[in-house]
Ligand binder design. Structure first.
Ligand SMILES: [Zn+2]
Length: 101
């Protein structure tokens, strides 16, 4: 089985947009910079942002199946992807890479 590592690479917050459009909510995206997840299947890892998991799932699935080279040469490492969650107020960038040998 292929194994992937998912690393939180960047966390952003658009405070002006949050102030103007968003209701106050307690738990939004609880990711920490540098946080890592190792996965070898399609179950959402514990603690992973729901929105991020939804948006990265097609890429995760392809990488787990041994595929890659998304968008024909997008990533320097063809067996990787940089994906963010769909929360437009606070996109978090996740680097997903194959780690099995
Ligand atoms: Zn998120």
């Amino acid at each position: 089985m292929k194994e992937l590592k998912i690393t939180v690479k960047r966390i952003t917050e658009y405070k002006d947009l949050m102030e103007e459009y968003e209701n106050k909510i307690e738990h939004t995206c609880d990711m920490r910079l540098g946080q890592e997840f190792i996965i070898n299947g399609l179950n959402k890892p514990q603690g992973m942002c729901d929105s991020a998991w939804e948006s990265m799932l097609p890429f995760v699935k392809t990488l787990l199946e041994g595929g890659g080279n998304f968008y024909d040469g997008w990533m320097k490492n063809p067996f990787s992807a940089m994906i963010s969650c769909n929360d437009g107020f606070r996109p978090v960038s996740f680097y997903i890479e194959r780690v099995d040998k």
